[in-house]
Design a protein around this ligand. Structure first.
Ligand SMILES: NC(=O)C1=CN([C@@H]2O[C@H](COP(=O)(O)OP(=O)(O)OC[C@H]3O[C@@H](n4cnc5c(N)ncnc54)[C@H](OP(=O)(O)O)[C@@H]3O)[C@@H](O)[C@H]2O)C=CC1
Ligand SMILES: O=C1O[C@H](COP(=O)(O)O)[C@@H](O)[C@H](O)[C@H]1O
Length: 518
């Protein structure tokens, strides 16, 4: 087996990281654990510091206790040694302030200068906004007015998704931020771009002679992108009910994966070259022209009460902080066309939903049939060849081919060439947030979304959202724990295709191989 390519372990530049929203869910579950993993792997320079910012009061000791708890619960590495923990925790401070209060930012500046002196940090500042999007504009303004951008080094702004609610609000937000930060200083997160296998799509396509020649409408019948989750909306009902699956996952993760599959090879691997190619794909998406068009090509659903593996699951409308009459979709599937020379006529089917049977993200590339089937005389229907890119939680690629059944005279059966990357490197591979934090500190914007990408994606998605507003009756239902609404299957049946079974992991961590639990 060939060596698995791994990213080089580089050490980041010294900087102060500001986590705005330091008492929140994202910081606790993802950001602090990611910082700790980078530290444990020697990827953070000695001269780093973190200042957590939020409104609630916290003593330094309380903040470090929260930090410890988050790392013990969510990090790939656990703090085992008191001395080592103290050295790490000493790099963290807390500042209680309200984003809208500029005076607090003047205090934050003094605190920053003091911590920069303590660790001999040369003025580089990274501002991570793990906050509700309504606050992004105010933070940018307060950072400027509070003198936080007057350090001697670089300033970078990392912004969580969602970037706006629709194109109009995203534009307004962008204007507010751009009054303070240049586009090159803004790192818009889509954590799917930090996933190992999403980054690997590029390598699989552009480093292998046997994929690229087939990567077009002459040989590919359709592409299926599935992002299914077993969880419901958990504690995020308030946010989700306002957002729904299309905005929460469609505008960003789903379309970003589609661009990685569909983009042209860039001539160089510089961030702008890759982002240029991705935005061209987004611009080539065939826009939905009418509510009828949306009805034919997009399906949405909401989960109702159900059960899965013996466990009763509530319906979406019974979830905490969700409107009991909500019409928000927890599932959507769509048939999308990329109208360019390479992809004309090839349907891309995308689907995502909550409370489905398996946690998985998988991309299936289905190849066209052989020009003629010489085995038909022997009654063999040939299965199509598939290339399956497993993104999450299992990582790897899987190729389905037809071969002679061993020992038989001429029986043909599909067989799998299955490369399970996560089986080889283990589940301890870096989390998306680790890679993206590293990249932002290093100033590598390749796997962050540029403004024109975000805007074009919103433009595409807005047409769907507007059509849904006019057609409330198009919301289907599906039982929690099932594979989503009926309409999602019909979407493919009308083209003579079907969703291929996915692999993944269910709520009890039972691994599913293609076709079901094993
Ligand atoms: N959680 C997740 O898994 C994901 C979250 N995101 C995005 O990340 C962002 C944060 O999400 P999440 O952590 O879940 O949200 P939470 O509601 O858990 O946290 C919000 C944070 O913002 C702080 N905050 C709120 N108002 C102010 C204010 N006026 N001044 C200063 N601080 C304030 C809160 O602290 P306090 O109350 O102490 O002021 C808290 O720390 C959102 O944009 C979300 O959409 C994106 C992907 C996944
Ligand atoms: O951005 C989001 O992503 C998560 C799913 O991410 P994954 O890495 O666990 O696949 C989703 O649960 C959440 O609703 C959404 O905001």
């Amino acid at each position: 087996m060939a060596d698995i390519p791994v990213r080089e372990s580089v050490m980041t530049q010294g900087a102060v990281l500001f986590i705005f929203g330091a008492t929140g869910d994202l910081a606790r579950r993802k950001l602090f654990p990611a910082i700790y993993s980078l530290y444990r792997e020697g990827k953070l320079a000695e001269d780093f510091a973190v200042i957590g910012v939020a409104r609630r009061p916290r003593t330094e000791e309380e903040f470090r206790n929260d930090l410890y708890a988050s790392i013990q619960e969510f990090s790939r590495y656990k703090a085992e040694n008191d001395q080592e923990w103290q050295v790490f925790a000493d790099h963290f401070e807390y500042k209680s302030l309200d984003i809208n209060n500029v005076e607090g930012f003047h205090e934050l500046r003094r605190q920053t200068e003091s911590i920069e002196n303590k660790f001999n940090i040369q003025g580089n500042r990274l501002f991570y906004l793990a906050l509700a999007p309504e606050l992004f504009g105010s933070v940018s303004k307060s950072l400027k007015e509070g003198g936080m951008l007057d350090g001697k080094g670089w300033n970078r702004l990392v912004i969580e998704k969602p970037f706006g609610y629709d194109l109009e609000s995203a534009q307004e937000l962008n204007v507010e931020i751009r009054e303070v930060f240049a586009e090159e200083e803004i790192y818009r997160i889509d954590h799917y771009l930090g996933k190992e296998m999403v980054q690997n799509i590029e390598v699989i396509r552009f480093a292998n002679a046997f994929f690229e020649p087939l990567w077009n409408n002459k040989h590919i019948a359709n592409v299926q992108i599935t992002l299914s989750e077993t969880v419901g909306v958990e504690e995020r009902g308030g946010y989700y009910d306002h957002s729904g699956a299309l905005r929460d996952m469609g505008q960003n993760h789903m379309l970003q994966m589609l661009t990685m599959i569909a983009m042209e090879p860039p001539s160089r691997l510089l961030p702008e070259d890759i982002r240029d190619e991705k935005v061209k794909v987004l611009r080539s998406l065939r826009p939905f022209e009418s509510t009828e068009d949306v009805k034919t090509n997009v399906v949405r659903g909401q989960y109702t009460e159900g059960s899965y593996r013996g466990q009763q699951l509530p319906g979406y409308r019974e979830e905490d902080k969700v409107d009991p009459q909500s019409n928000t979709e927890t599932y959507f599937a769509s048939r999308v066309f990329v109208d360019n020379f390479r992809w004309a006529g090839v349907p891309f089917y995308i689907r995502t939903g909550k409370r489905l049977p398996v946690k998985t993200t998988e991309i299936v590339v289905e190849f066209k049939s052989m020009p003629t089937n010489v085995y038909l005389g022997q009654k063999h229907k040939l299965e199509p060849n598939l290339l399956v890119i497993r993104v999450n939680p299992m990582e790897g690629i899987y190729i389905k081919i037809n071969a002679k059944k061993p020992g038989s005279e001429s029986d043909i059966e599909p067989l799998a060439m299955d490369f399970c990357q996560s089986c080889m490197v283990g589940i301890n591979s870096p989390e998306a947030y680790e890679r993206l934090l590293m990249d932002a500190i290093e100033g590598d914007s390749t796997y962050f979304t540029r403004w024109d990408e975000v805007a074009t994606a919103w433009g595409f998605v807005d047409r769907i959202a507007k059509a849904w507003q006019q057609t409330p009756d198009t919301l289907e239902t599906y039982a929690a724990g099932s594979w989503g609404p009926e309409g999602a299957h019909k979407l493919l049946e009308q083209d003579g295709f079907k969703w291929w079974p996915v692999s993944g992991q269910d709520e009890d961590n039972v691994i599913w191989r293609v076709g079901g639990p094993q």
